[in-house]
Design a protein around this ligand. Structure first.
Ligand code: UT7
Length: 332
């Protein structure tokens, strides 16, 4: 196989969600909100929230194990683990290394990649290069996030949005026409303060005053983010399809980042896609950041909605701000 013929094909998918369900009715008892506001503004009805004693690598590991099983590969086959997350187990070391040890993937390279809700697109784009170049034969891409641990449960403008979870895919080399056909990654740091956690890094290390000021929780300028999300997801989707030589009418299934039902509907309709061409699970899981696309993909695959030869379009948007898209022809 020459380099130009070699593609990175998704061979297996997996996902893991916490068992604890938090409904809109539960949130009504915690903050000044209503089921009607949350459902009509976001499309979210419930989300999965990790327990106090649960942490990210546990879900990332479970999703990875499922993806390996569905790819009929074992941990020793993995050459590289890329873990897309902004909610690691701890600041140091990379959680990908903890996942490597949990899996028993001794010898695999492992790193975390922080691109917020665009994390899965970024990680897929990076992993795809390592596989199509011939450098690695099996790469595990995990999108895993426990945003509940960074959520201010007194802030109604953010706490109703997020959910926890992890999704994973395994990429191995394959022949054209199957595999990742094109991907794109974008960022604009001028909008870094649209979604951010002020303290806990080197700029504002953890102290009694940062804790008292609730500065370790996520802050968001929702409305401005919303507008950028719709525009950039449409643009990057169109660009990546063009790069792959496809039209919007060639898309069999669009699996967007699940941030808000209204964002998904607006992007889908701007791209001219029918409702049945768009996979949506936000009503059950909320916004799981980097986990949202691989969790949705795993659900779609397990429901039999993805067939060999289908063109799948992924697009995401998140903190940074970052955004990007990828198109993939589903392989045998
Ligand atoms: O994952 C990628 C990054 N994140 C996103 O993509 C999020 C993008 N943004 C959004 O999804 C939406 O902007 C939100 C769902 C966050 C907010 O919806 P919105 O339609 O943009 O509402 P808004 O922020 O303009 O607020 C409208 C009103 C405000 O009240 P006033 O000022 O009009 O009196 C808010 O205080 O709704 C109020 N509000 C709430 N009311 C009840 C905000 N949050 C809530 C709430 N319950 N949970």
């Amino acid at each position: 196989m020459t380099r130009s013929e070699r593609r990175a094909v998704i061979r297996g998918t997996g996902s893991a969600l916490p068992s604890r369900v938090l409904t809109n009715a539960d949130l009504e008892k915690m903050v000044d909100t209503s089921d009607d506001w949350i459902t009509s503004r976001t499309g979210i009805r419930e989300r999965r929230i990790a327990r106090e004693d649960e942490y990210m690598s546990q879900f990332a590991t479970r999703a990875a194990q499922e993806a390996l099983a569905s790819a009929h590969l074992s941990a020793s086959d993995i050459d590289l683990i890329v873990c897309a997350t902004v909610t690691p187990d701890m600041p140091i070391p990379a959680t990908a290394c903890i996942v490597q040890d949990n899996l028993g993937a001794a010898g695999a390279a492992a790193f975390d990649l922080a691109a917020g809700c665009s994390g899965f697109i970024y990680a897929l784009a990076v992993a795809e290069r390592f596989v199509s170049s011939g450098d690695y034969r099996a790469v595990l891409v995990v999108g895993a996030e426990l945003l509940s641990k960074y959520t201010d449960w007194r802030d109604r403008t953010t706490c109703v949005l997020f959910g926890d979870g992890a999704g994973a895919v395994v990429l191995t080399p394959g022949d054209a026409p199957y595999g990742v056909l094109a991907s794109s990654m974008h960022a604009d740091g001028k909008m870094a303060d649209f979604i951010y956690v002020p303290a806990g890094g080197t700029r504002e290390p953890a102290s009694e005053s940062t804790v008292a000021g609730r500065r370790h929780f996520i802050r968001m300028r929702g409305n401005e983010t919303f507008k950028m999300a719709v525009r950039s997801m449409e643009e990057t989707s169109r660009a990546v399809l063009q790069k792959a030589g496809l039209k919007t009418t060639d898309v069999n299934l669009f699996i967007p980042h699940q941030a808000n039902r209204r964002i998904i509907d607006a992007v889908g309709s701007r791209l001219g896609l029918r409702e049945d061409q768009v996979y949506i699970n936000i009503e059950r899981v909320g916004n799981t950041s980097a986990a949202s696309i691989p969790v949705a993909l795993d659900e779609a695959v397990r429901k039999g909605l993805v067939r060999v030869g289908d063109n799948l379009l992924f697009a995401a948007f998140g903190t940074g701000l970052t955004w990007g898209a990828a198109v993939c022809k589903w392989g045998p």
